[in-house]
Design a binder for this molecule. Structure first.
Ligand code: ADP
Ligand code: ZN
Length: 804
C-alpha cells in the first residue's frame, strides 16, 4: 500500500503549508479541517489539515503524530471561506487560517490526555502511563507525560484513545493542565464610592486604572490577561491587594464581562416598515443578501433581532457583526436582552482560553448567536442561517494586516457557501453597497424614524462669516452654537459635541520661522497634549516634552494650531461652569470597557455635555440628547483619499442622527468653512441617496471604486532609497505583466505614500486600477513573485480602504 500525505497549515507566515505522512492507524481521522499534532523542527505543534491525499513531497516527510479531535475543528464551509480569502487577497494559507482559528486552539496549544472511568489496561508502557496519570489526578499534558516517562507516547495514547480508555482535548497554552484553573485578581466586595476613590487613588492613577478595569470586566480577570494584554505590572496588582481592594484567587473559567451588563427588553410591536422589511428578509433565497437602508432612529436593531429570532426558531444559528464592541454596548445589550444565554459575545478582551471556549460552545451548538467585531464573521456557528452586519459602511470592517480582507466580502462568500442570508444595515451605506443594491442585493428601506419622529433640522454655520463669541481663544465658537448650548443646559437636556481631533492641539508651530514639530519616526506632526503635557505622535506613540523655544530659530513663543478635544473640554468648562462634561476619545478610553463607563453615565443623566471624536457618532440612542454640535466639520474633508468626502458625509449624518431621538425633539448645528462642499450640502438634508448619487458621478473621472477596482501594492522598509528603488521595480514588473497579457489595467506610481514614513519605515506604493478579474490575475502572480527583499516588505492590499 502506498503512503498517503496531508497538507498541514500552521499559524506561521509560511508561503505554503507543510506535507506530512499519514500513519495508517490515523488514516480515517485525518480529514480536512481536523487539528493534528505534527513535529516542526524540534517542537511539536498543533496544525490544521487543509488537504489530504496530496502528492508526496520531494524529501522524506515526517509523520502526523496524533489527531486530538473527534470531529474537525473547522467546518468545510469555513475551510472553503479560508481558501477563497487566500486566493482573493493573495495571502498565505497559514496566515489566513490564523485570522480564522483563535490562537488558543492551535499552534502552541497543548494536548491534554485524561483517564476515563472504568476499564484498566495492565502492563507495558500503557499501564505505566495510566498509573502515572492516576497519580496525577487523572489528566496531564501529553508533553509533560512524555517528559516524565522519558519516551514518546503518541502511539500508546492513540491505542488507548481507540479503546476509549483515555480522551484527548486541546487546551490553550495559558491554562494549566490540572483542572483548568488560573491565577485571577478579584475585587473585594466593599467597593469605594467615586468620592472615596479620589482620595484613595490620589497620585496612583495606575491603580485606579486597574481597579476600574477590573470593575468593568465584571469584578475579576486573569492575571495573565491583565499583565500581557492590558499591560498592568505585577507591582500594581500587588499594591491593589495590599490596599485590601482586591484579592488573588484561582478560577476555573473566566466570566464574560458582558454577562451582567443590563439587558434591555425589545419593544413589543413592529412598525409597518419594520415588518415589511422582515417579510422581505424571510423571503430571501438562502445565500442571498439585502441592504437594510434605514435612517438613524428607524429601528434597524429590532429588525435584526426579529430576523435572528426567526432563524433560531427555524433551528438555525446567527452571526451579528458590529464595528467595535466597546462602542456598541447598547446594541450588544439589546441582543443579550432578547437571547440571553444563546449568545456568545466575542470581544477583544477575551483571553485565549475564553475565546477557545466560546468557539467550542458555538461549534457544538450550545450557543447559537455570535456577536462580535470583524473576526466574528468566522464564528463556527452551527447551521448558520443569517449574518447581520450593522453599520456596514464602517472602515473597521477591513482588516489592517495580511490577510487584508473586508468582512462584508467574506460574509457574502460564507453566506453563499452555507446558504445563510446576509443583512447589511446602515443609515449611510457605502457607495459600493448602494450600487450592489441595484443588482445583487435586495434594497429594503426604513424611510422614517420610529413613531414618525422627524429627523432633526441641521443648521450649517459658515465660520467665515458667522458672529463669534469673544473670549473662547482659538476655538471657533459661533454665537449660534453658544446659545443653543445655553438653552439645552437650561432645559436640563443633553448635548453631544463632535470634534474629530484628539489631543490639545493638532500641532505646534513657531510663529517666527514656521517650523512645525514633527515625529522623528513618522512623517506626521506631533500632537500637543495636556494632562499629561507633552508632544505625542498618534502613529507610533513617540513622546517628548513640550518645548519652550523653537529648535530652529530659538524664538521664545510657540503657537498651537488646530483645536483638539482636550482644549475644547477646557474651554467648555470655563464657559459653562455648571455643566457636567465628559470627554470620549482614544485618550479617555484606553482601558477596556471605559467606553461603557462613559456612556453609562450619559445614559444615567450624569453628563450634560458629551464631547468626543468620531467615537461618539456611532449607534448611540439617548432620548434626552436634543442638541448635536459639530465643532469643526472640516477636519477630514480634504485628506488625500478618494473616500474623504464619503467619510465626512457619513460622520456628519451619523452624529446628526444622535439628536432628537426622544419626545423633546432636537437639532443639529454644524460649524464649517466649506458650507458649499457636497458632503455638507447633502448632510444638511439627511439625504444619503442624494449624496451617493453625486459622489458616484465624481468617482467616474478619474475612475475610483465602485466605478473601477483597486489594488494597492505597498512597499515599506527602513532604507528610503531602497524602498523607492524597489517600488520602481515593482511598477516595472506590473507594467510588463499588464503588457504581456494585455490586461485593461492602469498603473499609477510608483509614488511615496501620503504618509511617507511611519515608525521609521519609509512607504511607497504602486496603485493598480481596473476590472476586478484582471486585478485578480495580477494579484495571484504578485503573491508568488513579489517577495520581501532585505528589509523591504511588499504588502498586497486588494480593495484598499485607505490610500494614506
Ligand atoms: P437605528 O439603529 O435604526 O438608528 P434603533 O434600532 O436604535 O434605530 O431604534 C431607535 C429607537 O426606537 C430605539 O430606542 C428603539 O428601542 C425604538 N424602537 C425601535 N423599534 C420600535 C418599535 N417597533 N416600537 C417602539 N419603539 C421602537
Ligand atoms: Zn511617530
Amino acid at each position: 500500500m502506498s503512503d498517503r500525505f496531508a497538507l498541514v497549515a500552521l499559524p506561521l507566515p509560511l508561503a505554503t503549508p507543510y506535507t506530512y505522512r499519514i500513519p495508517e492507524t490515523l488514516g480515517d481521522r485525518v480529514v480536512p479541517g481536523t487539528r493534528v499534532v505534527v513535529p516542526v523542527r524540534r517542537r511539536e505543534l498543533i496544525g490544521l489539515v487543509v488537504d489530504v491525499d496530496v502528492e508526496a513531497p520531494g524529501a522524506a516527510a515526517k509523520d502526523v503524530l496524533a489527531v486530538p479531535d473527534a470531529e474537525p475543528a473547522l467546518s468545510s464551509a469555513l475551510l472553503a471561506t479560508a481558501d477563497w480569502m487566500a486566493g482573493y487577497y493573495a495571502a498565505p494559507v497559514g496566515l489566513t487560517l490564523k485570522s480564522i482559528l483563535p490562537a488558543g486552539m492551535w499552534g502552541e496549544s497543548q494536548v491534554i490526555v485524561s483517564l476515563r472511568n472504568g476499564t484498566r489496561v495492565p502492563g507495558g508502557v500503557a499501564g505505566e502511563l495510566l498509573e502515572w496519570l492516576e497519580a496525577r489526578g487523572g489528566e496531564a499534558a501529553v508533553a509533560t507525560a512524555s517528559r516524565a516517562l522519558k519516551r514518546p507516547l503518541w502511539d500508546v495514547i492513540e491505542r488507548l484513545t481507540r479503546i476509549e480508555v483515555v480522551t484527548l482535548r486541546v487546551q490553550p497554552p495559558d491554562t494549566s493542565a490540572a483542572g483548568l484553573t488560573e491565577r485571577v485578581l478579584l475585587l473585594s466586595d466593599e467597593r469605594p464610592t467615586l468620592l472615596e476613590r479620589t482620595t484613595l487613588f490620589r497620585r496612583r492613577p495606575k491603580q485606579r486604572q486597574l481597579y476600574e478595569t477590573l470593575e468593568l470586566l465584571g469584578g475579576s480577570a486573569s492575571v495573565r490577561h491583565l499583565s500581557e494584554q492590558l499591560g498592568f505590572g505585577e507591582s500594581v496588582l500587588k499594591a491593589l491587594v495590599r490596599q485590601g481592594l482586591a484579592r488573588e484567587g484561582r478560577s476555573e473559567v473566566l466570566r464574560d464581562p458582558f454577562a451582567d451588563s443590563p439587558a434591555s427588553p425589545p419593544p413589543a410591536n413592529l412598525t409597518a416598515a419594520q415588518s415589511s422589511a422582515l417579510t422581505a428578509i424571510s423571503n430571501l433565497p438562502p445565500g442571498e443578501g439585502a441592504l437594510l437602508f434605514g435612517v438613524t432612529g428607524s429601528g434597524k436593531t429590532l429588525v435584526y433581532l426579529e430576523a435572528v429570532r426567526r432563524a433560531l426558531a427555524a433551528g438555525q444559528g446567527a452571526i451579528v457583526l458590529v464595528p467595535e464592541i466597546g462602542l456598541t454596548a447598547q446594541t450588544v445589550s439589546r441582543f443579550r436582552g432578547a437571547f440571553g444565554d444563546e449568545i456568545a459575545v466575542l470581544h477583544s478582551a477575551l483571553s485565549d482560553g475564553e475565546r477557545a471556549d466560546a468557539w467550542r460552545r458555538l461549534r457544538r451548538g450550545e450557543r447559537r448567536v455570535a456577536v462580535g467585531a470583524r473576526s466574528a464573521v468566522f464564528a463556527p456557528v452551527a447551521k448558520l442561517g443569517i449574518i447581520v452586519i450593522d453599520e456596514e459602511h464602517e472602515a473597521s470592517y477591513k482588516n489592517g494586516e495580511t490577510p487584508r480582507y473586508h468582512t462584508r466580502e467574506v460574509a457574502a462568500v460564507r453566506a453563499r457557501l452555507e446558504g445563510a442570508r446576509l443583512i447589511l444595515g446602515s443609515a449611510t451605506p457605502s457607495l459600493e453597497t448602494m450600487v450592489k443594491a441595484e443588482t445583487k442585493l435586495q434594497l429594503l428601506r426604513l424611510p422614517e424614524r420610529v413613531g414618525s419622529r422627524p429627523l432633526p433640522p441641521v443648521e450649517v454655520i459658515d465660520l467665515r462669516v458667522a458672529p463669534k463669541v469673544p473670549g473662547t481663544g482659538p476655538v471657533a465658537w459661533s454665537e449660534a452654537l453658544d446659545s443653543a448650548i445655553v438653552a439645552t443646559l437650561a432645559r436640563k437636556e443633553q448635548a453631544i459635541l463632535l470634534l474629530n481631533r484628539r489631543g490639545y492641539a493638532a500641532f505646534l508651530q513657531c510663529p517666527e520661522c514656521g517650523e512645525v514639530w514633527q515625529c522623528p519616526h513618522c512623517s506626521i506632526s506631533l500632537t500637543v497634549h495636556q494632562a499629561p503635557a507633552g508632544l505625542r505622535c498618534h502613529y507610533c506613540g513617540h513622546e517628548e516634552p513640550l518645548p519652550l523655544t523653537c529648535r530652529v530659530c530659538a524664538n521664545l513663543v510657540q503657537q498651537m494650531r488646530g483645536v483638539g478635544t482636550q482644549q475644547l473640554e477646557r474651554m467648555l468648562a470655563d464657559r459653562y461652569p455648571g455643566a457636567r462634561i465628559a470627554r470620549m476619545d482614544l485618550d479617555t478610553t484606553s482601558t477596556k470597557w471605559s467606553h461603557q463607563r462613559i456612556l453609562a453615565s450619559v445614559e444615567a443623566g450624569e453628563v450634560d455635555l458629551l464631547i468626543g471624536t468620531q467615537m461618539i457618532a456611532k449607534g448611540l440612542d439617548f432620548p434626552n440628547v436634543t442638541l448635536v454640535g459639530v465643532v469643526d466639520a472640516d477636519t477630514g474633508l480634504y485628506l488625500p483619499d478618494f473616500r474623504s468626502a464619503e467619510r465626512t458625509f457619513q460622520l456628519l449624518a451619523q452624529v446628526a442622527g444622535r439628536a432628537g431621538r426622544g419626545p423633546n425633539g432636537g437639532k443639529v448645528l454644524v460649524q464649517t468653512r466649506h458650507p458649499g462642499h457636497h458632503a455638507l450640502v447633502w448632510a444638511r438634508e439627511h439625504d444619503t441617496a442624494g449624496f451617493l448619487r453625486q459622489e458616484r458621478v465624481l468617482r467616474e473621472n478619474p475612475p475610483y471604486p465602485p466605478v473601477t477596482s483597486l489594488v494597492n501594492l505597498l512597499l515599506s522598509g527602513a532604507d528610503e532609497q531602497e524602498v523607492g528603488r524597489r517600488a520602481a521595480e515593482v511598477a516595472d514588473w506590473c507594467t510588463a505583466l499588464v503588457e504581456r497579457y494585455r490586461l485593461p489595467i492602469e498603473i499609477l506610481g510608483p509614488a511615496p505614500c501620503p504618509l511617507v514614513r511611519i515608525k521609521d519605515r519609509w512607504r511607497w506604493h504602486v496603485l493598480l486600477k481596473g476590472p476586478s478579474e484582471s486585478l485578480g490575475r495580477v494579484v495571484r502572480y504578485a503573491a508568488r513573485r513579489l517577495r520581501r527583499e532585505g528589509s523591504t516588505r511588499v504588502a498586497i492590499d486588494r480593495d484598499p480602504m485607505s490610500l494614506l
